[in-house]
Design a protein around this ligand. Structure first.
Ligand SMILES: Nc1ncnc2c1ncn2[C@@H]1O[C@H](COP(=O)(O)OP(=O)(O)OP(=O)(O)O)[C@@H](O)[C@H]1O
Length: 257
C-alpha cells in the first residue's frame, strides 16, 4: 500500500509557536497519514519536539508557550475550547526520550490509564488490558512472573516498552514518540524499532528522531525541519534518495546539523 492510499488522520495548518517573544515554529502545515509512521528529522533546536507537543497540547503545560494555527484529529480541532484535554491525551498517547515509568508496579503502570479513563470496570477487565498491552509491546513474556514488582526495576529497554504498553493501554489513535530510543543501547533500540513497525498496523505513529538511519528504517513519511520551518516532507524513500530542497540534501549528507 503506497502512502497516498492512507487516509489522513491528522492535519496541521499554519501552526506557529512562540515561547514568550521568541518564535520557535513558523507556519507548519502537514498531513499525517493513518496507520503509518511519520518521522520528524532536523538539526537540534529546529522545532521537532515543539511541533510534536502541539499535537496533544503538551505545550499548554509550558508557561509562555503560545500556539496558533489549526491541528485537526479526524477533522476535529484539537484546540477547540470544548475539547477535553485529558481525553485528547488518551487519544493521542506519548512516549518520551527517557523511559519514565511511575514508581508503581508493572501492572499498575499499564492499568492506571484505563482505570482513570473509566475503560475498565473490574480487576478481570484491568488484567485483560494489562496482558494484551504488554503483549503488544513485546514485553509480556519477560515480565509475566513479576507483574507486581516495580516498573523501575526493569532494564532501560524494558522500561521503554513498559511506557509504550502504558501509552497503548488507553487504545489511542495516535502515538507520539519523542526520541524514544535515545537512552537505549543498539539491541534495545532494534527491539523498539521492530515494535514500532508492528504497531503501525493499528496506530498512527509520529516519531522525532536524531538518527537518519532510524527515520529511514522505521518511517514511511519523513518531514525535515530547519530553524523552525518545515522545509520538506514526503515519502521516506524519496526524501532520502531524491530530496527536492538543498537544505534537506545538506542535512542528509551530514553538511548541516
Ligand atoms: N520550554 C521552552 N521555553 C523556551 N524555549 C523553548 C522551550 N522549548 C523549546 N524552546 C526553543 O524552541 C526551539 C525549538 O526547540 P525544540 O526542542 O522543539 O527543538 P528540537 O528540534 O526538538 O530540538 P532537539 O532535537 O535538540 O530536541 C529552540 O530554539 C528551543 O530553544
Amino acid at each position: 500500500m503506497s502512502l497516498s492510499d492512507h487516509p489522513i488522520r491528522l492535519e496541521a495548518r499554519d501552526v506557529c509557536v512562540h515561547y514568550g517573544a521568541k518564535q520557535a515554529l513558523y507556519d507548519v502545515s502537514i498531513d499525517i497519514p493513518d496507520r503509518a509512521v511519520t518521522a520528524f528529522i532536523g538539526p537540534s533546536g529546529c522545532g521537532k519536539s515543539t511541533f510534536l507537543r502541539c499535537i496533544n497540547r503538551m505545550n499548554d503545560t509550558i508557561e509562555g508557550a503560545r500556539v496558533t494555527g489549526r491541528i485537526a484529529l479526524d477533522g476535529e480541532d484539537v484546540y477547540d475550547r470544548s475539547l477535553d484535554v485529558v481525553e485528547l491525551r488518551a487519544r493521542v498517547g506519548m512516549v518520551f526520550q527517557k523511559p519514565n515509568p511511575f514508581p508503581k508496579s508493572i501492572f499498575e503502570n499499564v492499568a492506571y490509564g484505563p482505570k482513570i479513563h473509566g475503560m475498565v470496570r473490574n480487576k478481570a477487565e484491568a488484567e485483560e488490558v494489562v496482558v494484551s498491552s504488554l503483549k503488544r509491546a513485546g514485553l509480556f513474556e519477560e515480565v509475566k512472573d513479576r507483574l507486581h514488582e516495580p516498573g523501575t526495576g526493569l532494564s532501560g529497554g524494558q522500561q521503554q516498552r513498559l511506557c509504550i504498553a502504558r501509552a497503548i493501554a488507553t487504545r489511542p489513535e495516535v502515538l507520539l514518540m519523542d526520541e524514544p530510543c535515545s537512552a537505549l543501547d543498539p539491541i534495545a533500540t532494534a527491539i523498539i524499532e521492530e515494535l514500532i513497525d508492528e504497531l503501525r498496523e493499528n496506530f498512527t505513529i509520529v516519531i522525532v528522531t536524531h538518527s537518519m538511519q532510524q527515520a529511514a528504517r522505521v518511517s514511511q513519511k519523513t518531514a525535515f525541519f530547519h530553524l523552525g520551518k518545515l522545509i520538506e516532507e514526503g515519502d521516506t524513500a524519496n526524501i532520502f534518495t531524491n530530496p527536492a530542497k538543498k537544505q534537506t540534501q545538506d542535512y542528509i549528507m551530514g553538511r548541516i546539523g
